[in-house]
Design a protein around this ligand. Structure first.
Ligand code: DQQ
Length: 481
């Protein structure tokens, strides 16, 4: 059997490999790049090492993988879009960037490394093959008067008088920043100024993958904090190319658009329905050796639909189109959950599920769901709200018997005003857990149960009781044929 056939069979049989989240055919993926709605189809690119399930750093392993979808649910792989060019400015890796429609010419802007420079590529055959520009790099050094901590991941958009670009960066001793550039032709770029500078103590000293876009009557800047897995966002007015953010991400993970620590490098796109759709890289929570041995690493998050809440914070909802994946349905209503009544549900189990649970406020100190539980509780993962710490959390202490996985608790602030219902919308897909809480907070986590019977679902409360108003559970189909 050929190496690739053997690998494909191994991946198909892997109980940890998600079934309704997009991932490459094999091997490594990290950041989503250049999502673009083009001629009626959604395209997504991604950081990809096609040869092995590790990133490879600066060794020329990183390519741009490519796929498309007609509905953002089912995806088809396309040939690799960009590979490092020996002796080119991207010889050590084709790093992150974006894609734009330049009057009918699909155009990618991305970072080459060692040193970090910005490059451009275009396609004339509906994005199947790409030609790198002869004048690459089109930006070959950071602004001379700034001491920067990095200089990468272009985000480009068109505005009345030309093209604008943000680059992820940081100013030494001050904090993460995104640098604003302007161009008439996408080739010649003029540096303007930092569009936004963060406080290094709150939002880190280097911002990767800036993403900037209008939402409602405001503008939103999303950034990814290098080496911290934080995802702060900034919302404010954008007038005359100046941005005045009012709501800012913070160290305690408030103002972060994902608080799990397994979600990073998000990128968004506008679709033909006027929606702003966000994708992120779902990181692994298992050792590098385990990833390498399994033959795959990294998953794309489910698409998230963004909107603006009344208090000018982000509203994040799952994509309605995902409902086509719903299979068998189970429903529960009006259950009183106490510490003693906590047990596994009798007639439903699974590892590919969508769950919508609505809890009325009670006096429990903590309450929530258990997923991927063995009947004896040896393996189990808790997704819960704590009234004491006012936080949403995932407890992975007993998620797996394997020594190769992360066990630390993940979570962050979620304010529940008195009397407010908590709606937990959970997507469980083998080793991926994505939680949307009241649309206010998202939490992405990874778990790797080792037992084949880690399939149980339960409800629990501690230090009091809670009322489950309703819970809908669907068994979910695969997005692959
Ligand atoms: N990943 C890319 C960089 C980016 C980082 C390299 C974020 O361009 O800054 O694969 O995860």
């Amino acid at each position: 059997m050929s190496f690739w056939t053997e690998l494909r069979e191994k991946l198909a049989a892997d109980p940890q490999r998600p079934r309704y989240h997009f991932l490459p055919p094999a091997n490594w993926m990290n950041d989503p790049n250049g999502p673009l709605f083009w001629k009626g189809k959604y395209h997504i690119f991604y950081q990809h090492n096609p040869y092995a399930a590790f990133h490879g750093g600066r060794t020329g392993t990183i390519h741009w993988g490519h796929a498309f979808s007609e509905d953002l649910v089912y995806w088809k792989h396309l040939p690799i879009a960009l590979a490092p060019t020996p002796d080119g400015p991207d010889k050590d890796g084709v790093y992150s960037g974006c894609a734009v429609d330049n009057n009918g010419v699909p155009t990618i802007l991305y970072t080459g490394i060692l040193p970090e420079v910005q490059c451009i590529a275009t396609s004339t055959d509906d994005m199947i093959t790409w030609k790198k520009h002869d004048r690459n790099p089109v930006i070959d050094f950071p602004p001379k008067d700034l001491e920067v901590t990095g200089f990468r991941d272009p985000c480009v958009w068109r505005e009345g008088d030309g093209w604008y670009m943000l680059l992820g960066s940081g100013i030494k001793g001050i904090g993460g920043t995104s640098l604003l550039y302007r161009s008439r032709d996408l080739i010649n770029w003029e540096y303007l100024y930092p569009l936004c500078i963060g406080d290094g103590n709150k939002t880190g000293d280097m911002w990767e993958c800036p993403d900037f876009f209008p939402l409602g009557n405001k503008y939103v800047l999303l950034v990814s904090v290098w080496r911290r897995r934080w995802n702060p966002y900034f919302i404010g007015e954008y007038v005359d190319h100046k941005f005045q953010p009012r709501v800012q991400g913070n160290l305690d993970l408030s103002g972060n658009f994902d608080i799990g620590g397994c979600f990073f490098a998000a990128r968004s796109m506008a679709d033909n329905k006027g929606r702003r759709i966000l994708f992120g890289w779902v990181l692994e929570g298992r050792s590098a050796a385990a990833q390498w041995a399994s033959g795959w690493s990294g998953v794309l998050s489910l698409p998230r639909v963004l909107s603006l809440r009344e208090d000018d914070t982000l509203q994040m909802e799952s994509l309605p189109e995902l409902k086509v994946l719903r299979g068998k349905h189970h429903q529960y209503k009006d259950l009183h959950i106490t510490a003693v009544s906590s047990s596994l549900l009798k007639d439903v189990e699974g590892d590919c599920l969508e769950i919508i649970a609505k809890f009325a406020p009670g006096d429990a100190k903590e309450f929530g769901l258990k997923v991927r539980c063995t009947p004896d509780g040896t393996e189990q993962t808790l997704i819960f709200y704590s009234y004491e710490s006012r936080s949403l959390n995932v407890n992975r202490e007993r998620s797996s018997l394997s020594p190769e996985v992360d066990r630390y608790e993940q979570g962050g602030p979620l304010e529940l005003t008195a009397g407010r219902t908590l709606k937990l919308h959970i997507f469980l897909d083998k080793s991926v857990v994505e939680v949307f809480a009241n649309g206010q907070v998202c939490l992405t986590s990874r778990i790797y149960p080792s037992r084949t019977n880690s399939l149980g679902i339960g409800l629990f409360a501690r230090g009091g009781s809670v009322e489950l108003k309703s819970m809908d559970i669907w068994e979910m189909d695969s997005i692959w044929e």
